[in-house]
Design a protein around this ligand. Structure first.
Ligand code: SF4
Ligand code: SF4
Length: 469
């Protein structure tokens, strides 16, 4: 089978397979491949597609399993709501993401790109399938693309784009729900964009981006836009598992018709099927490359060829650079152990913090009015504090709250109205006035707990520093 993308051993490091030497787009007509790895990826992809589509509608304890609610300035993970003010949680999550990525790459290379990335899952399992169904296999599509626009070609292209648009619309629904919630939808459609302007804007943007990405931009998202592809080259080490060609076994490559008893030949018959099935159009025989997604399509393709010529499978396979050089596979290495330990520590810290998380966050914004001496009702001297409080609800339940100071302080606390109504996931402000007898203020460094008490028994304490005027 002939490949439609030429790859030259000389220019593969400097020229993208999807761009010609004059910088113009070279369309990849990727061949379909079947095999063990393809079947495994298909099964996982179907599960992932179902997961990605229902994820915006999943809840944990009545709250979103995942939502990035930009209009409300909140995001949700596993039923827990976070705001930008929850810096420690955000930091821990970010660190877990970074260390988890380092660990995954050190062990399995670009396993995320090839197996889990929504871009590749939907491109390979949905959009390319629709394309094959409407416009035929890679050879038919390449021939049609090189020919004239006939009524049949126009009809097939129109059907493809119509189906693409319908799928992009469904995906835009899921993406929009992830950012704005599901309230805007009735029967799966945003029927009233005026009542839900944020959802309508998100949907339109997502629809356009999805159609552009899967219909036209495709592999360039991986090879040009995605920063992860760039980062992986610095994360990989010689023991990381990659999809790799074994040159010791494959070289010198030689097509079957050119093989003679006198000419040395490795197992590679230079059929270029591995290139023809590659979604980024690269030649894996050139070694590890930035564009390789570790999708395993070339493993299946080459295994088919090996089966046909009676050679063992695995000329292209999962292996590390060290294995290619003759070393054994090593999962346990200083860096993988270190990453795993750090990740476990971060996950434990995150889980503990989450378990002891206050349902209400209370912060004293600042002293609006500096402490001042006043005369209290009994004619004694007191120091008056005005404490602007910011209260944030983060358990998804509404609260009615009152404030309390330790009775032994003998302080007078005035809050108007005396009960703070804090809506679920909402924010509220209050400004109590607190008169503390001068004798209790002491040297101005004493700290007393201001208690915020809910009707359901929730108690949150805020340390209040009793400064002197
Ligand atoms: S599919 Fe296998 S035999 Fe064919 S060119 Fe690629 S590595 Fe060589
Ligand atoms: S070289 Fe192989 S594993 Fe890498 S992207 Fe191409 S087909 Fe997938």
């Amino acid at each position: 089978m002939s490949a439609h993308v030429e790859s030259s051993p000389d220019d593969f490091r400097s020229v993208l397979a999807s761009v010609d030497k004059r910088g113009r787009r070279r369309w990849l007509h990727v061949h379909l491949v079947a095999g063990v790895w393809s079947r495994r990826r298909t099964v996982l992809s179907l599960l992932l597609i179902a997961f990605y589509l229902v994820l915006p509608f999943l809840t944990v304890g009545g709250q979103p399993a995942l939502r990035i609610d930009l209009p409300a300035g909140m995001f949700w993970i596993a039923g827990h709501g976070f705001r930008p003010g929850d810096l420690s949680y955000l930091l821990l999550l970010l660190l877990m993401l970074i260390v988890g990525t380092l660990l995954a790459v050190a062990l399995f290379g670009r396993v995320f790109c090839g197996w889990f990335c929504p871009h590749n899952v939907f491109l390979e399992q949905v959009f390319r399938r629709v394309e094959r169904w409407t416009q035929g296999g890679a050879i038919a599509r390449a021939r049609a693309a090189a020919g004239r626009w006939t009524p049949e070609r126009i009809g097939r292209a129109a059907l493809k784009w119509l189906l693409f648009a319908l799928i992009a619309g469904a995906l835009a629904n899921a993406m929009t729900a992830l950012f704005t919630g599901t309230e805007a939808y009735r029967g799966g459609l945003i029927l009233d964009p005026v009542a839900h302007p944020a959802a309508a804007v998100f949907w339109t943007v997502f629809f356009g981006l999805i159609l552009f990405n899967f219909g036209w931009f495709r592999e360039q998202t991986c090879t040009i836009v995605c920063p992860y592809g760039r980062l992986q080259s610095v994360m990989l080490d010689p023991h990381a598992l990659t999809v790799a060609y074994d040159p010791r076994r494959g070289e010198p490559r030689r097509p079957l018709p050119q093989r003679t008893p006198d000419a040395p030949a490795g197992d590679c018959v230079d059929c270029k099927l591995c290139v023809a099935v590659c979604p980024t159009g690269i030649d894996i025989r050139n070694g590890n490359q930035l564009e390789c997604l570790h999708c395993t399509a070339c493993i299946d393709a080459c295994d088919q060829v090996m089966a046909k010529i009676g050679r063992p499978r695995g000329l292209i396979d999962y292996r590390s650079e060290a294995e290619l050089a003759g070393s054994p596979r090593r999962w346990l290495r200083p860096r993988t152990v270190l990453y795993a330990v750090v990740l476990a520590g971060l996950a434990t810290a995150f889980a503990l913090r989450l378990a002891h998380r206050e349902p209400i966050q209370v912060t004293a914004q600042r002293l609006a009015v500096l402490p001042q001496y006043v005369t209290d009702a009994d004619g004694g001297r007191a120091v008056r504090y005005v404490v602007p409080l910011a209260l944030t609800e983060r358990s998804g339940r509404a609260h009615r709250l009152r404030l309390e100071l330790p009775p032994e302080l003998g302080a007078r606390l005035v809050l108007v109205p005396p009960v703070i109504a804090l809506p679920a996931d909402g924010r509220e402000q209050a400004q109590p006035i607190i008169d503390v007898p001068v004798a209790q203020v002491g040297d101005g460094r004493r700290s007393v707990p201001l208690r915020v008490i809910g009707e359901d028994g929730t108690v949150v304490e805020l340390p209040l520093r009793l400064q002197r005027p």
